[in-house]
Design a protein around this ligand. Structure first.
Ligand SMILES: *Cc1c(COP(=O)(O)O)cnc(C)c1O
Length: 437
């Protein structure tokens, strides 16, 4: 075992150092705490459902690296698989057995996959799936939904324009207008918007991208009737339905959202969990579509480190460990326990005149401050809630609980948690709610 020497610098010192050499001091923007105020902690280590900061403080972690750590931090099976793999060499740029093994596993579990291609992130997965959809249909336009996140490729950094269903405006500087003009943005939860879009633009629409359970802008589960309509209109217009399961894949059910809800997607994207905490992404679907990918077909996509043996080993170990403990059933048990603990706390806040809602699907949960009804669209999320959330966030931190530093991010339960830990956490949640009114 290596011993960790505690840093002699506090998180505050370390953040100052980081800011001098990295934009915002971070490698991904939300980590900088800008929407909640204050400064981020530097995490030195994680074990099970806890993280330890460079300052030597311990927090119960409801972030789980934003989704991948369904088993908690440093799960022994994953750690030992990576240790074994690393000793054999870290990258070959040539086929290796663990790729085939992980591919076999996820193709067997996912109802959508005949074949899969591994990439290094969820961003690469959606970007590549879009290229494939464009190649297959010979169309350039596609649509996404307001409030869904599909990584940071140019085509997806697009927000809704002024109308109900429009080609979008880029949501980041540096995205060419010529690119964002090909991305349509529709509201969720609205069959009429779908019908109108497809009546006007259906035969120019290569694909619809949608998160299985939209979980990057609050948790916005969609109605079965909406999903039915979505599949109907896409099929009628020869548009591919691409379900982005980067969060939901292998979390909400063994085969992800598509198997849970019986969604007959054309393509799916995965990431997060299938890398066991190492960088990975994947996209795949029916054989006839995937056969268009290079070298079998003419849709180019490649990666120096793709199918990396460490990531593959971690992914295999993580999936095996979840299966071995019937993890999906256990997560649902934990989730319903958590929901039962939170409900009376919410009732108390509401009675005191401070409305908020709880949305939960399996191990994903989201508190929406100032809402009186659980939102199903981005537009229905009250922006006023962010202020109260910021206070709530810091009240939780002071009670040794870490949740994501944004009102629009969901909470993640993991298999290292248990009923007792959640019961204790609920006490802190109750106090923090009251203190942040
Ligand atoms: C996280 C996420 C992505 C992007 O994945 P990265 O690995 O961060 O690039 C894409 N889609 C969804 C639904 C996600 O949650």
């Amino acid at each position: 075992m290596t011993t960790i020497t505690p840093s002699t610098q506090t998180s505050q010192d370390l953040f100052t150092r980081a800011c001098a050499v990295m934009p915002g001091g971070v490698s991904s923007p939300v980590r900088a705490y800008q929407s909640v105020g204050g400064q981020p902690f530097f995490i030195a280590s994680g074990s099970g459902c806890h993280v330890r900061t460079e300052d030597g403080n311990e927090y119960l972690d409801f972030v789980g690296s934003w989704g991948p750590l369904i088993l908690g931090h440093a799960h022994p099976a994953v750690t030992s698989a990576v240790q074994k793999a690393v000793a054999l060499g870290t990258s070959f740029g040539a086929p290796c057995l663990p790729e085939t093994e992980l591919a076999e596993k996820i193709c067997a579990m996912s109802p959508v996959l005949d074949k899969v291609r591994f990439v290094n992130s969820g961003t690469e997965a959606t970007m590549s799936a879009l290229r494939l959809a464009r190649a297959v249909t010979g169309r350039d336009g596609f649509i996404k939904f307001d409030g869904c996140y599909h990584g940071h490729a140019d085509s997806f950094l697009v927000k809704a324009g002024s109308g109900l269903a429009t080609f979008g405006e880029s949501s980041s500087a540096g995205v060419p207008t010529a690119c964002s003009a090909l991305t349509g943005v529709l509201p969720l939860d609205n069959e009429k918007a779908l019908e109108e879009w497809f009546a006007a633009n259906g035969d120019q629409t290569a694909a619809v991208f949608v998160e299985g359970i939209p979980a990057n802008c609050g948790l916005l589960p969609q109605r079965k009737e909406w999903w039915k309509k979505l599949r109907e209109v896409t099929r009628a217009h020869g548009t591919l339905l691409v379900v982005d399961e980067v969060i939901t894949g292998f979390r909400v059910a063994p085969g992800g959202f598509c198997s849970l809800e019986g969604i007959d997607a054309d393509l799916v994207t995965y990431g997060k969990i299938i890398g066991g905490g190492l960088p990975v992404g994947a996209y795949g679907g029916r054989k006839d579509l995937m056969d268009r990918i290079c070298p079998d077909g003419n849709v180019y996509q490649a990666g120096t480190l793709s199918g990396n043996p460490l990531c593959m080993a971690a992914g295999i170990a993580a999936l095996d460990a979840i299966v071995a403990q019937d993890g999906w059933q256990r997560l649902e048990q934990l989730g319903s326990h958590w929901e039962r603990l939170l409900q009376p706390l919410l009732a108390r806040e509401i009675a005191a005149g401070h409305p908020l809602t709880l949305t939960r699907r399996g191990s994903l949960f989201w508190l929406c401050f100032d809402a009186t009804e659980a939102p199903r669209t981005f537009a229905a999320i009250p922006s006023s809630g962010a202020k109260r959330f910021a206070r709530f966030f810091h009240e939780l931190l002071s009670r040794s609980i870490m949740i994501a530093p944004s009102a629009y991010e969901v909470g993640f339960l993991n298999l290292a948690m248990d009923e007792e830990i959640l019961t204790q956490a609920a006490v802190a949640f109750g106090e923090a709610l009251e203190a942040s009114r």
